[in-house]
Structures are given as C-alpha cells and as structure tokens.
Design a protein around this ligand. Structure first.
Ligand code: NPW
Ligand code: ADP
Ligand code: K
Length: 508
C-alpha cells in the first residue's frame, strides 16, 4: 500500500472532485460517512455521550458531518468548536449550518482555557481538530486543550490524523499532539504513523478508502510503501514440482564465538525453514558438536581457532553468505572478515557483530559486495552512521549511506524499514512479543534463506521481514507475547507461508 504525502492527497482530493463530478462537500460527506459506519458498527447504538472536538478547517468539517450522522441515528452528541482561527473553510461552514438545522443543542465555542469542558475517564472523544492541513505546531490554549483531552483518560478516536501530528515530519516538540487510541485515516496511512518517535500518538489505525482518483493514485510514485499480507503474498515464488535442493541454493552462515554459538544455530535453522536447499555453518571449533546436534540438517565447517573466528576457509561456493551473528569484534575475527570481504563477490547479508566490525573499521564498507543486505537494530545503525537529531534526519542519513555503498538496509524495529535506493518499505507484521533475544538472528536466517533461493536482495529483505513478523504473530496467537522465544518464531515460519495465502476479510 503506497503511503502518500499530504500534498499528494490534497492533489488527489481536488482531482477526484473534478473527475468524479462531485463537490468537495460531497467528498466530505463520503469520507465522514465511512467514519460514521465504523463508529456505528462498534458502538451499536450505545447511549454513551460522544464529545466531538472540531477545528474550523475541513478536518473540523468531517467532525461536523460525523456529529450530524450520529445525532440522526439517536446517539448523544456534544460538539465543541475549537476556535483557533476565525478563518473557517467553506465545507466547515456548510456543515456547521447543516448540523445546527437538526438540533437545538448547538455546538459550544471554545475560545480559551475557561471554555474547556469536563472530560472524564470512560468518555468517548472524537478528535477532528486538525488533519493534513496542519502546517505549524499547535500552541497556546489549543495546546493546553490537547493536554486536557490527553490527560482525561477518555477513549480518543482521531479523524484522519491525531491533531498536532504532521503527515511526514517529526515535530520538534511533542507537546500539543493528541494521543489517540484509534485513528481512522483517509485513503492512505501517513508516514509518521510508523516512525518510532510518533507512532505512539496514532494508536491502532484503520485506512478508509474514500475513493480518491484511482488513476492519479496508481501513477503517483511515493517515497514509502506499507507491506501487509496483500503485498507480501505477491512476492512469493512458487517451488517447481520438477526441482531438487540445488534449485533452492546453498546458504552459508558464518559467525559464533564461545558462548554464542546459539546465534548461528538460530540463523541456520531459520534459513532452512525458509526454504534454502542446503545450509552450511562456519563457526569456531567449539561450535562443532553444538551445531551438529542442534541442527542435523546443516553441514558444519570449523575455524582452526577454538573460541573465535580467525580465518574463513571453505572449499565450495555458496549462493549467499550471512555473516556476523555472535562473532564478537575481536581483532582475529575482524581480520577474518576483512579477508572474506576481499576474496568474495558473493551476495552477502551482514548482521550483528558483522555490522559492529564495519563500524569499527569503516574502510571495510568499501569492500562490501554490491547490493549486500545489512540488518541493524537502531543501536547498530547508530554505530554505523553516527547519531541523528530525529527520525527524519535518521532516514536521510540512511538514504545517503545506502546510496554511497550501494547496499540494502533493514532497520529493525516495531515497524522495520527496508531501505532500497528507490523506495522505503515499511513492514506491518510483528508484535512486541518479538522483542526477545535472538529474534534478529532468526531474521538474518530468513532473509538469507530467501536470497539463496534467488530472490532479489530487496525482495528477500522486504518479504523476509514480513514473513518473520507474521511468524511472530502466529506464535503470539498460540502462546501470547511473553512466552515467544526466537526459536518459536522459527517454528512458525511454515505457518507464515501458509497464512500468506489464507483468505480473510481484512488484509492488513
Ligand atoms: N484530502 C483528502 O483526502 C480529504 C480530506 N478531508 C479532510 O480535510 C482535512 C484537511 O483539511 P484542511 O486542509 O482544511 O486542514 P485542517 O487539517 O482542517 O486544518 C485547518 C487549518 O488550520 C490552519 N492551521 C494549521 N496549523 C495550525 C496551527 N498549528 N494552529 C492554528 N491553525 C493552524 C491552517 O490554515 P492557516 O491558518 O495556516 O491558513 C489549516 O488550513 C483532512 O485531514 C481530512 O480530515 C476530507 O474531508 C475529504 C477528503
Ligand atoms: N515490538 C516489536 N514489534 C514488532 N517486531 C519487533 C518488535 N520488537 C522486536 N521486533 C523484531 O524482532 C527482531 C529483533 O531483532 P534484534 O533487536 O536484532 O534482536 P537480537 O539482537 O536479540 O537478535 C527484529 O526483526 C524486530 O523487528
Ligand atoms: K484529527
């Protein structure tokens, strides 16, 4: 699903009005009608009072239409106009009149702090103050009102966006942003819904297709795309009936050190469970029996050194080398890595201590084979590219980095971001149960397993991240969050492949 910018959505808005021969008021009615249906299907006529805070632009206009529809269906509604400006939009005014025509309980104007209504825990609040038209931080008494609503403990539903949040930029100051429990957003999720600094303001979200101009949306390129099941299933490559293990490639997992052999076992198991035809593991000598016992399907080659890597010698050519898990960053391992990079042009995935070695010796970055995949978590990324001011700055730095070194970078997190030169792919699977030791090792195995099957590195990264998250989601369904271990994610990879093609009503 493409993630359009506020500007692109505004353009789509005016084009739709023109091409569909409707008025902007009709489009507002359509959008707000979809919101009403969602609320109505959940509240089912409940007699709870709904407090709706409307701005004076089109987001506020949406709020007024929703208020009217709720009132017409017998809900108790109290509307407040947040009078942050005298400059009302046309559709706001039209819907202000329409609302006033059906009730004697007219909207209450809020002009300053003295006008704030009482909001209690358990109240239902609709936030329709600002949407994609926000162009500067919320200040003064309006910011105080946002705090008042946030502190109330009420359930907050934001329309289009939590008021105070921009669609693309991280705000300098987070005072004055609504902290929604749920956001119903129009046509496309907004980029800030996925950034670590801003995602908590959005709560759960759902995208409502308000039928904006299809042709414009199809031909418009976006900087980012959300990957859900519908998109991920298109990336899957069928296995041929007439095939053998050689068709699915040979993954070589390199890493481990004394006490950290488990990490490479996790990666290797995940590579095999993702469909790699063959998997070999290169580890320090101390890993030999552990790996052979834990994973009889893998072949094991060992270093001359007992406890750490020192020289990576192999007498076959794998399809992909996955390097770094549990390897440590000692001089001997670093030398081994440098030699490997100098000698190989094979596709590579670098994870964990492999990334830390690149940070320790930045000259190694120039030796990376083209289109290698790097899978840092935020701390590993910081070591690699240095500190950033905010999430937007971080993204700019990553883009500069991947262009300079011609690599693909997966920044892991609650929503992992896959950076390719062309686009950012934001993952929408996974859960907090996956914040557990070794989950990243499993991911590096999954992506390597796909690369060994000749998935393009960008697709392997995007698809691998999605499958990994989906396996985590299946694990959570069975055992809740806390009991998920990295190995449980791997155990659910088979289920994740099956789940990809299971039909259901809501594809997220
Ligand atoms: N496009 C679509 O797909 C559809 C969109 N629809 C809806 O329209 C919404 C966008 O509406 P919108 O453009 O009228 O802007 P909105 O967010 O209501 O802000 C109002 C005005 O506030 C002002 N302002 C800004 N920042 C400020 C601040 N900090 N403090 C004080 N004032 C500030 C600024 O005006 P300014 O004062 O800068 O001239 C701005 O114009 C969108 O989110 C969705 O809900 C649907 O109805 C149909 C389909
Ligand atoms: N809250 C979360 N929601 C979704 N995915 C998560 C969450 N926490 C962790 N993950 C995923 O789990 C993995 C953790 O990787 P990493 O931090 O490298 O762990 P480790 O170093 O222990 O292997 C990443 O793929 C990350 O995206
Ligand atoms: K809003």
């Amino acid at each position: 699903m493409k993630i359009y910018s506020a500007e692109q959505l505004q353009k789509a808005d005016s084009l739709s009005i023109k091409n569909q021969n409707i008025s902007s008021t009709d489009l507002m009615e359509r959008a707000a009608g979809l919101v009403f249906n969602q609320i109505h299907s959940r509240l089912e006529g409940s007699d709870i009072e709904i407090k709706i805070f409307c701005g004076i632009g089109n987001n506020g206009g949406d709020g007024l239409v929703i208020a009217r529809m709720l009132l017409e269906h017998g809900y108790k509604v109290k509307v407040f106009i947040v009078n942050y400006s005298e400059k009302r939009s046309r559709d706001f005014l039209i819907n202000y009149d329409r609302f006033k025509n059906i009730t004697k309980d007219w909207p209450v104007l809020i002009k300053n702090q003295n006008d704030f209504p009482k909001i209690e825990e358990g109240d239902f609040v609709i936030d329709a103050m600002f949407g994609i038209g926000l162009n500067r931080p919320i200040e003064g008494w309006v910011s105080a009102l946002v705090e008042h609503i946030n502190k109330s403990g009420a359930f907050i539903l934001s329309i289009d966006m939590p008021s105070g949040l921009y669609a693309e930029q991280v705000p300098g100051n987070t005072a004055g942003i609504i902290k929604a429990n749920f956001t119903l957003t129009f046509q496309s999720p907004k980029f800030t819904f996925f950034l670590p600094q801003t995602m908590d303001y959005v709560g759960e979200f759902q995208v409502l297709d308000i039928g904006l101009d299809r042709e414009f949306l199809a031909k418009t390129n976006t900087n980012a795309r959300l990957i859900g099941k519908e998109q991920a299933r298109l990336l899957y490559k069928n296995r041929k009936k007439n095939s053998h293990k050689g068709d699915y490639g040979h993954t070589l997992i390199v890493g481990g050190s004394y006490g950290k052999i488990g990490s490479i076992v996790l990666s290797a198991t995940a590579a095999l469970k993702t469909g790699a035809g063959l998997c070999s593991v290169f580890s320090p000598e101390c890993g030999y029996e552990i790996i052979q016992t834990a994973l009889p399907e893998a072949m094991v080659i060992t270093d001359n050194q007992k406890k750490h890597l020192s020289e990576i010698k192999i007498d076959f050519e794998p399809d992909i080398i996955c390097f770094g898990m549990g390897a440590g960053t000692g001089d001997a391992a670093l030398n081994a890595f440098e030699k490997l990079l100098k000698e190989t042009k094979l596709p590579m995935l670098i994870d964990a201590d492999g990334l830390n070695m690149l940070s320790k010796n930045k000259a190694l970055l120039d030796l990376l084979p083209e289109r290698s995949v790097l899978t840092p978590h935020p701390k590993e990324l910081e070591r690699l590219i240095g500190k950033w001011d905010d999430d937007n700055h971080k993204i700019k730095k990553v883009q500069k980095f991947i262009n300079k070194y011609n690599v693909i970078l997966v920044l892991k997190g609650a929503h992992s971001f896959c950076f390719s030169k062309e686009e950012i792919f934001i993952n929408n699977s996974g859960n907090a149960g996956m914040s557990t030791a070794g989950a990243g090792d499993v991911l590096s195995g999954v992506i390597s397993g796909l690369m060994s099957q000749k998935y393009d590195p960008v697709i392997a990264a995007v698809f691998g991240v999605y499958l990994h998250g989906l396996a985590g989601d299946l694990a959570a369904e069975k055992m809740g969050y806390e009991a998920i271990t990295a190995g449980e994610i791997t155990n659910n990879l088979g289920g994740a492949f099956l789940e990809l093609f299971r039909e259901e009503e809501n594809l997220n």
